[in-house]
Structure formats: structure tokens, C-alpha cells
Design a protein around this ligand. Structure first.
Ligand code: THU
Length: 160
């Protein structure tokens, strides 16, 4: 039996103010999007902002539903909008922020498993990695150079 070791390298910034200017701006747009979340059931608001290679920024927030599974995460709201409106445009960077009505969320909030699978589809489609930055409401910001880095042993079209 062989051991398989999978490495995931992430980068941590001490706070929003330590980010490069363009990412700080993208994260601020994610924060604005977060404030528009419709999250009356979880009281957990998430915002996402995508920078496209045409310079446009697409934002999304989580949209919940009384029938819980019918709701959608912020990341997928944004990514599916970008994929449908700008179908030939690459997604370059993504900023994510989450806040809870229960108190200040300082833990960086990564995309959930379903969102990782949804986002990686676009990395494969565009044949270019998407830089991901995620944070809570305040505190550290984590950077991943690609989505695939957050989803080892990815399932993608090469397996079909
Ligand atoms: N949520 C997101 O929007 N993105 C994630 O990656 C994790 C979870 C939302 C879904 C739901 O509205 C709330 O956060 C609590 O799970």
C-alpha cells in the first residue's frame, strides 16, 4: 500500500488592510453584497464578489428559502450569474465574506463543498485558476491560488 500525501498551500493576511489594493476593493464589494443576503433562517450572511477578465465585478449573496434546500449560497449565486451573463469571460478572482447575527465572525469562512464543486467547474471550463480570498466579518483573510487547491481529488469532466 502506498501513502498518498496531498498538500494544500494557503496564505494568511492579518486583516483586510493588508490585502493588495485590488483585492481590498473586491472584498469591500463582497461586504456590500453580504449586507443584501436574504438569510432569515440561518442569520448567517455571506457575500461573494468575482472579478472577471473584462474588468466587471459580479456579486452575490446567499438566498434562503422556507424550503431550506431550495436556497442558494452566495458563491454559487455569483458564479452562475457570471456564467450565464458573461459566458465567454474568465473569472479571475473571488472574494468571500461571512457574518453571523450571533456575533462577530472572525474565523475565515471558506466556500462549502457544493460551492467548491460548482466553482471548480469554471476553472476547468476556462482552463485558468481562480484566486480565492475568504474571511469572516473581520480578522484574517485566507488566500488560495486556485479552487482546485481547496478540493483535492476533484471530480471533473476528465473522469466522465
Ligand atoms: N452559505 C453560503 O452562502 N456559502 C457557503 O459557502 C456556506 C454557506 C450560506 C448558506 C446558508 O444560507 C447559510 O450560509 C448557512 O449555511
Amino acid at each position: 500500500m502506498d501513502e498518498i500525501k496531498i498538500e494544500c498551500i494557503l496564505y494568511a493576511f492579518d486583516g483586510l488592510e493588508h490585502l493588495p489594493e485590488d483585492i481590498k476593493n473586491l472584498m469591500h464589494q463582497a461586504i456590500e453584497a453580504r449586507k443584501k443576503a436574504y438569510a432569515p433562517y440561518s442569520n448567517f450572511q455571506v457575500g461573494a464578489a468575482l472579478l472577471l477578465d473584462n474588468g466587471k465585478v459580479i456579486t452575490g449573496s446567499n438566498q434562503e428559502n422556507a424550503s431550506y434546500p431550495s436556497g442558494l449560497c452566495a458563491e454559487r449565486t455569483a458564479v452562475y450569474y457570471a456564467g450565464s451573463k458573461y459566458s465567454d469571460t474568465k473569472i479571475l478572482k473571488m472574494a468571500i465574506t461571512a457574518a453571523s447575527k450571533k456575533g462577530n465572525t472572525t474565523e475565515p469562512t471558506p466556500p462549502c463543498g457544493a460551492c467548491r464543486q460548482a466553482i471548480v467547474e469554471y476553472e476547468v471550463k476556462q482552463n485558468q485558476p481562480i484566486e480565492i480570498y475568504f474571511m469572516g466579518e473581520s480578522g484574517k483573510v485566507i488566500k488560495s491560488n486556485s479552487l482546485e487547491n481547496l478540493l483535492p481529488m476533484v471530480f471533473n469532466k476528465s473522469l466522465l
